[in-house]
Design a protein around this ligand. Structure first.
Ligand code: NDP
Length: 284
């Protein structure tokens, strides 16, 4: 039976460290850390994420500045706000909650954020830095996964790591972080052949597909570390991951639950990036 990786606990530890450093910066240097959170429209899921991010800011001692814009906001109006925030010294990090309404080109907005304040690490400059392994902003969800793997004491060097999913925000940066830690990495996607066999070869299996119960116990190697990034809703409204937990936990050595696994880590890594941004902007 697998040990459960407690994302809430790992996350609380990292947040405590961030809070301590934030308090110290304020006391010793008078430095306040600030995050601007921009939400456009009334998407209920986005509202929940934004509220959670504001709560996390409070918890670690950051200032948060919310900019809630109307559903009909134009791309130009949003770009104007980004320009203001790029120049606002109280704002160390800028987070624009995605998805945006269809009249706004997400790429144009991401590209308009100065890379120094791009705490989601979505700007091409930051993505490129992640690729070459010379980065200060962590890709939030993959970095959270790395913390969870580290919490198990697993050494990634030389391990077969399989990432299922190749999105720009999860799968690809995930593969890069595992590679930087000397994993032997395979990336799978919807056109992959023999997915089951490839997954069966994984010492570390990270699943980010977006389909409930997609990976089952018969696809998991005995003793593998299994990280479930998926967040899906069942018909009964319950949150679940991409891994069928009951069959998977019989095979894995460690496994993340959903909820309570990767989810809590993502926002924590956003806080970590915001602290890094504040320090860099202050020349620390
Ligand atoms: P995307 O929809 O952008 O990507 C899904 C990936 O899964 C694609 O690369 C796709 O392949 C691949 N895929 C789809 N079907 C199959 C299949 N049959 N076999 C193999 N691969 C397949 O999703 P995201 O990466 O944004 O998110 C993935 C999941 O993680 C979602 O459930 C999302 O909600 C969750 N998530 C959770 C976060 C957290 O904090 N816990 C943060 C971000 C996401 P292809 O490229 O070929 O289409």
């Amino acid at each position: 039976m697998a040990k459960i990786i407690d994302g809430k606990k790992v996350s609380a530890g990292v947040r405590a460290d961030i809070a301590a450093e934030t308090a110290k910066l304020r006391e010793e240097r008078g430095l306040k850390v600030g995050l601007a959170v921009v939400i456009v429209g009334n998407n209920p899921a986005s509202r929940v994420y934004v509220n959670n991010k504001k709560k996390a800011c409070e918890e670690v001692g950051f200032q948060s500045f919310e900019y809630a814009m109307d559903e009909n906001t134009t791309e130009e109006q949003l770009l104007d706000l980004i320009t203001v925030l790029n120049h606002d010294d109280r704002v160390n990090g800028i987070l624009v909650q995605l998805p945006l309404p269809k009249q706004i080109n997400e790429k144009a907005i991401i590209n308009a954020i100065v890379p120094e304040k791009d705490v989601d690490a979505f700007h091409p400059v930051n993505v490129g830095k992640i690729m070459i392994g010379d980065y200060s902003f962590l890709p939030c969800t993959p970095a959270g996964v790395m913390e969870l793997i580290a919490s198990t004491g697993t050494d990634i060097t030389g391990k077969n790591c399989v990432v299922v999913g190749r999105s720009n925000i999860v799968g690809k940066p995930m593969a890069m972080l595992l590679l930087h830690q000397n994993g032997t990495v395979t990336i799978c996607h919807s056109k992959t052949k023999n997915l089951r066999e490839i997954c069966l070869g994984a010492d570390i299996l990270v699943v980010a597909v977006g389909k409930a119960d997609f990976v089952t116990g018969d696809m998991i190697k005995e003793g593998a570390v299994v990280i479930d990034v998926g967040m899906n809703r069942r018909e009964n409204g319950k949150l679940c991951g991409d891994v069928e937990f009951e069959s998977a936990e019989k095979k894995a050595s460690y496994i993340t639950p959903v909820p309570g696994g990767v989810g809590p880590m993502t926002i924590t890594m956003l806080m970590k990036n915001t602290l890094t941004a504040a320090k860099q902007q202050a020349g620390i």
